[in-house]
Design a protein around this ligand. Structure first.
Ligand code: SF4
Ligand code: SF4
Length: 55
């Protein structure tokens, strides 16, 4: 299982520095690499748009 970023992402950049395994990439909306994500949930806690959810 991995976390996913939805279209609610506003590309604020808050989550990318919080991921302990570097699974998040920048873009028009940010993207989580499901093969790297350990489902720790940290990114979901810091996202101001509530755009990150467990898959
Ligand atoms: S759930 Fe944890 S490991 Fe997965 S992308 Fe978010 S911060 Fe990174
Ligand atoms: S913290 Fe949320 S809104 Fe900001 S870049 Fe990450 S997913 Fe997008």
């Amino acid at each position: 299982m991995a976390y996913v970023i939805t279209d609610d992402c506003v590309a604020c950049g808050t989550c990318i520095g919080e991921c302990p395994v570097g699974a998040i990439s920048e873009g028009d909306i940010y993207v989580i690499d499901p093969t790297a994500c350990t489902s720790c949930g940290t990114c979901a806690e810091v996202c101001p748009s509530e755009a990150i959810h467990p898959e």
